[in-house]
Design a protein around this ligand. Sequence first.
Ligand code: 6PG
Length: 261
Amino acid sequence: MSKQANLYSFADVATLAPALRAYVIQCQEAGLARHGVFKVGVSGGSLPKTLAQALLAPSTDNGDAVKWDRWEIFFADERAVPLDHADSNYALLKAELLDKLPADVQQPVVHTIDPQYLGDTQELADQYEQSLVRSFASRDSVKLPIFDLLLLGCGPDGHTCSLFPGHELLRETSAWIAPIEDSPKPPPRRITLTLPVVTHSVRIAFVATGAGKKGIMKEIFEDSKGLPCALVNEGTGERCSWFVDNAAVEGVSYPRRPFSL
Ligand SMILES: O=C(O)[C@H](O)[C@@H](O)[C@H](O)[C@H](O)COP(=O)(O)O
């Protein structure tokens, strides 16, 4: 089996979505078998919308069901803004996905940032880290939390979470959650999972679509240059899977695999 990241390419988002769903369900079942809950981290950008397309579709059989009541959702990164702010990743996930769950479905547990600490990003990060400690402590040695799955986006500069190219945060080795005050992408004040936590996850899935991603996908898969997305690939190998559309990887000379679980 390949030790490299899997690159799965689809004609469009409509064909990508069922494959992403199958992958998420597999991770869900593995998480439930291991510890009775599914601990997943999500990012912002276009991901919540794609995720909704994948997960709100009716299940085709019992093996395909999203068990929302067993999900614990964390944010791979979050902006230091109120939870109802237009820049909030939580607000985005709520609008795109959580609010669209059928009324008879029990909502997942969602771990948001605590807005009372918005004035101090270090405290905001520390408090969010404490919510991870509370959630993960019972099953891990708590050296590092182990997410069952991280669902991540890839920025046009190769950033993921709020880990930006060349930023000193990429050298963080001890914190689980770190503050950032100078994000090159607005808004500047955020918190983010650190690279060791990302690479420690059981599975990592990137979702990147659209021709606008072509240039950066080439750099990530051909040159790397220490780009955050490439560092995740290098740190996780085959535990990492990319769900992309053909437009995003046109001209990229990295082997695509036919999607299979
Ligand atoms: O906090 C952020 O700035 C976003 O969450 C960001 O990290 C996003 O995930 C990528 O920029 C990919 O965005 P798209 O999925 O929209 O391409």
